[in-house]
Ligand binder design. Structure first.
Ligand code: ATP
Length: 437
């Protein structure tokens, strides 16, 4: 098993084998210092030039370029003079495992490197310490949220991304050739999450790809992103869904703060704030009024009943000013602006919500319509026919009241770390103009 930098201090005084990238070579008159790197940190290797036995090591190292990978055996010794953890590797053998060409840019200094050039060489871009951290932190966030759900007896599912019908909520879908007919890429796992509840599973979640054929170039829209979606049964109201989402986010953020809080402050300049429960909730109409009174802002007519980007920004401002909170739930959206499967009450009031964090929508959630007749009626109203027929069947043979939500994981990470764009956040970004690497 490979020994990692962050476990080396347990092996001082021992013969070890270490593999990693060659981060830096400092070739001095009497000594060669080589800094080696893996995903957990950096360690120094020191080769004394005066020692005859080192001649072949130096010969090998003279062939090695920066960012090559090598495998070293030698003694790990304590040395207070070494800045990197007070330890150094004194090698006895060095094997070059991969030789690197000259790099297209210096990933340690990305200032002035065009984001598209960076994405063209994404595997080099993520060697940057900050970008490695983004991946590790997102993984930790997911771990915290997953752990919470497992503890709550949720079952993780994996629903198909190739689907036979195009329509769900009006979002644009990608069409793909499927032998001699058409298929589509799933715009969310919504229908299949609900099918699991009709199958008696009670509590399910899925972390997986979501496809949106949106030809937009905003900082928060990608054509493929990772959805963190869940659905659970036997709820009394959408407020149960909101409450679970609060707990889920608190669990995820707590995990991140414990493991990476200090690092996030140091590298990204952001404080990880664990929100208090309950999060503030505001009706859309009241929000509009607050916007008008406080910020002299009125939503354009076409967005009434919904939000736009400016309104989301102001919502964050309001959440902080009025409630000293980072999150805000918005309820009472117009049913016309929401998918047919969101439940409405007897007065037509939508039983759903959006959650805004740091100026951006991160979730849509709702109690779902589980009553077959009502669902058929809602679908008809939205002009949905054949495409949703298979879905409507799920509700014919008994299906408990239920609700759920979908979080855009990439957006969550972007907001957590204060990154400017999903291009920086997604592991490998997909947008209207990017399908490679
Ligand atoms: P928006 O109004 O911001 O376009 P939406 O209403 O289409 O989002 P939903 O369909 O409710 O979003 O999807 C659930 C969550 O997925 C959103 O709250 C958001 O966090 C995320 N999301 C939606 N579209 C995208 C996208 N194109 N790229 C990245 N994340 C997205």
């Amino acid at each position: 098993m490979k020994l990692y930098v962050n476990e080396l201090n347990k092996h001082v005084g021992e013969e070890i084998t270490f593999s990693g990238f060659v981060d830096t070579i400092r070739d001095k008159k009497w000594v060669m210092f080589v800094i080696l790197r893996d995903s957990t940190g950096k360690v120094q290797m020191t080769i004394e030039k005066s020692e005859e036995a080192n001649a072949s090591l130096l010969e090998t190292m003279n062939k090695v370029t920066v960012e090559s990978t090598i495998k070293v055996t030698g003694k790990l010794v304590g040395n207070d003079a070494v800045k990197l953890g007070g330890i150094e590797i004194v090698p006895t053998t060095i094997e070059i495992t991969s030789l690197a060409d000259t790099l297209p840019f210096d990933f340690n200094n990305l200032d002035g490197v065009n984001i598209d050039t960076r994405l063209d060489y994404r595997w080099l871009d993520i060697r940057n310490e900050k970008n490695t951290l983004v991946r590790q932190i997102e993984s930790c966030l997911t771990e915290g949220m997953r752990e919470f759900l497992y503890k709550q007896n949720f079952t993780e599912i994996h629903s198909p991304k190739l689907i036979g019908a195009a329509s769900e909520s009006g979002s644009e879908v990608f069409e793909v050739k499927y032998f001699d007919r058409k298929a589509y890429l799933a715009q969310s796992p919504q229908f299949y999450k609900q099918m699991a509840l009709a199958g008696g599973l009670d509590k399910v979640f899925e972390v997986g790809p979501v496809f949106r054929a949106e030809n937009s170039n905003t900082n928060r829209h990608a054509t493929e992103f990772t959805g963190f979606d869940l659905e659970f049964a036997h709820i009394d109201s959408y407020e149960d869904v909101m409450s679970l989402e609060e707990d889920l986010l608190i669990a995820g953020l707590t995990k991140v703060k414990e493991r990476y809080g200090d690092k996030i402050k140091e590298v990204f300049g952001k404080e990880v704030i664990i929100p208090t429960k309950p999060f503030p909730v505001m009706r859309l109409q009241d929000l509009y009024q607050e916007f008008h009174d406080r910020y002299n802002f009125d939503l354009p007519k076409e967005d009434i009943g919904d939000m736009n980007a400016e309104a989301e920004k102001l919502t964050y401002r309001l959440a902080q000013e009025k409630y000293n909170h980072e999150f805000m739930f918005i309820v009472d959206y117009a049913a016309t602006k929401r998918p047919f499967y969101h439940m409405r009450d007897e007065n037509g009031k939508l039983q759903g919500y959006d959650l805004i964090w740091r100026g951006t929508e991160i979730t849509s959630g709702a109690q779902r319509e589980h009553r077959y007749e009502e669902l058929v009626k809602n679908a008809k109203e939205k002009g949905l026919g054949k495409d949703v027929e298979f879905y409507l069947q799920f509700f014919k043979y008994g299906c408990p009241p239920h609700g759920g939500f979908g979080i855009g994981l990439d957006r969550l990470t972007m907001l957590l770390l204060g990154l400017p764009n999903l291009k920086e956040t997604e592991y490998i970004f997909r947008g209207p103009n990017r399908l490679n690497p």
